[in-house]
Design a protein around this ligand. Structure first.
Ligand SMILES: *[C@@H]1O[C@H](CO)[C@@H](O)[C@H](O)[C@H]1NC(C)=O
Ligand SMILES: *[C@@H]1O[C@H](CO)[C@@H](O)[C@H](O)[C@H]1NC(C)=O
Length: 502
């Protein structure tokens, strides 16, 4: 009986606790670690309350924490607690890193960080926050004489995996220092005018994640103010072409565009600073407009893996992107590294190594390569066999023609595949009929059938003649062969005994 009462008291205390979790005893409940500069293991004070069944913000900092030294840093985690409504954080002038992932959050108190002006990073991902719960007052700093108050020093804000469909105009009005923002995996659908106005205030933003947000397009003007943006993640959306807004990003260096339903990859306008591009896993990509790469001249790393509808990639792209160091074309449906007309032009103009430029890594594995004269020449232009990264063990192999199946592409250069006269070498190589349909092959097949039939007839005749001869001499095979029936008699004897045994 008394144990039940105790249990009831404990459960009661858990569900009807005070507004804030009890401060002084917080280290009994959570993990508290003090930074120790001499051991260099921990450079910050840690208060880890994740998975502690909390329902409220902590009431105060542990007494052991020095909260007045602006050179120190506190890391507070409330993740994996069922908190629902997040209250203001207790005051500290230290730097602060705060996370409340998987907290079931639906609303945030106004002035959440009003007493923690040096908050650097905030992670509120995997909650149920909507745009309505993210008003300007949430990220507001202390009031002062100036109209807008003291801005927060926030550097990084993660709002991914919430239920935001649009942001309010002033959502980020007080955190203009923000450099990293993630809105990934929110059901945005489109960038509305108010979302665009909220983003326009982030003039220092360098890294923006809008991936997996059901976006179909982004209006041209939306990124107009994001002059510092260098990394844009828009993979896993519904774009059918590169959104026009992207070309407004004059500082863009990294573009993650993978997993979009783009059929034709084309750069309409220059992206002068772009050095890294990812266009992987585009299920419907069938054409890469190589000439448009003159708009991304500084490209160094180009990842185009797992594009299952892509059969041709024209390596003359290397003439436009002469700094390209890494090109990944693996796990696609590539048969050719050229388009026919470009290949003809290339044959006329180039020699071994002509395209190689700065190329250091060329990944071609797991494609159904058609190993013909044109492919051999392109591989020579890039000195494929000499690339430091090439690996004989990998699956970079010919699939067709039949006689070259399983040949590693690096060995193709040692094989004579260009034996046709020069003028029709390309045509033959590219539109080669299956071997058994060529006139020579048909004639040979007929001839060999004829020979086999003829031989059969001759052998048959010889045997008949021989038989007749032997018969005439009385040595024929006419007497029937007699088999002894020892085995038959014994087995039948066994069968006969069975019924008797039963
Ligand atoms: C810091 O770490 C060192 C070595 O691990 C230890 O001897 C020392 O007592 C620690 N200091 C504090 C203040 O915890
Ligand atoms: C490219 O995108 C794919 C698909 O989103 C991803 O799996 C891969 O890690 C990315 N690679 C690079 C180098 O960014």
């Amino acid at each position: 009986m008394s144990t039940i009462l105790v249990l009831l008291v404990i459960v009661g205390a858990g569900t009807t606790g005070a507004i804030n979790e009890d401060g002084p005893s917080i280290c009994d409940r959570c993990t508290c670690l003090i930074a120790n500069t001499s051991s260099t293991v921990l450079s910050y004070d840690l208060l880890d309350c994740s998975r502690k069944n909390l329902q409220h913000m902590i009431g105060s900092w542990p007494e052991r924490f020095d909260t007045t030294d602006p050179d120190r840093e506190i890391v507070l985690s409330l993740s994996f607690n069922n908190i629902t409504k997040l209250e203001q954080l207790p005051a500290t002038t230290t730097n602060l890193v705060f996370s409340c992932r998987h907290c079931n959050l639906e609303s945030l108190a106004g002035g959440l960080f009003i007493d923690t002006a040096n908050v650097l990073r905030v992670d509120l991902s995997f909650n149920k926050l909507s745009g309505d719960s993210l008003g300007g007052e949430v990220f507001r700093g202390q009031y002062n004489a100036a109209e807008n108050g003291v801005p927060l020093m926030l550097d990084e804000l993660d709002l991914s995996s919430n239920v935001i469909t649009q942001l309010q105009d002033d959502a980020f009005a007080h955190i203009v220092s923000l450099r990293h923002l993630s809105l990934a995996r929110n059901p945005l659908g489109q960038i509305t005018a108010s979302t665009a106005r909220a983003l326009a205030q982030l003039v220092n933003l360098e890294h923006l994640d809008l991936s997996y947000a059901s976006l179909t397009d982004i209006d041209e003007s939306v990124f107009g103010e994001l002059r510092a943006l260098s990394e844009l993640y828009i993979q896993g959306n519904l774009f059918t072409t590169i959104p026009q807004a992207v070309y407004q990003l004059g500082s863009l260096q990294f573009l993650q565009l993978a997993e979009n339903p783009i059929e034709v990859l084309n750069f309409d306008h220059p992206l002068e600073q772009l050095v890294q591009l990812n266009v992987s896993s585009m299920a419907v990509l069938h054409t890469v407009e190589v000439d448009s790469f003159s708009n991304v001249k500084l490209l160094r790393t180009f990842t185009a893996r797992n594009n299952t509808a892509l059969e041709v990639f024209d390596l003359t792209v290397l003439q436009h992107v002469s700094y390209l160091k890494e090109l990944d074309l693996s796990q696609s449906s590539l048969k050719h590294l050229h388009t026919p007309t470009a290949a003809e032009a290339a044959v006329a103009q180039h020699e071994e190594g002509a395209y190689s430029n700065a190329l250091e890594v060329l990944l071609l594995d797991e494609n159904p390569w058609h190993c013909d004269c044109a492919l051999q020449q392109v591989l020579q232009f890039v000195r494929f066999a000499n690339l430091p990264d090439y690996d004989e063990e990998d699956e970079t192999r010919c699939e067709t023609p039949y006689i070259l199946t399983s040949l590693h592409l690096s060995e193709l250069t040692h094989i004579e595949v260009c034996d046709q006269p020069a003028h029709d070498a390309l045509n033959n190589a590219m539109y080669e009929k299956p071997a058994f349909l060529r006139p020579g092959a048909i004639f040979l097949s007929l001839l060999s059938v004829g020979i086999v039939v003829g031989l059969g007839i001759i052998i048959g005749l010889v045997i008949v003649c021989l038989k007749r001869r032997l018969k005439a001499q009385g040595l024929g095979f006419t007497s029937p062969v007699r088999y002894t029936s020892v085995r038959d008699s014994t087995t039948s004897a066994v069968y006969q005994t069975y019924p008797a045994a039963q």
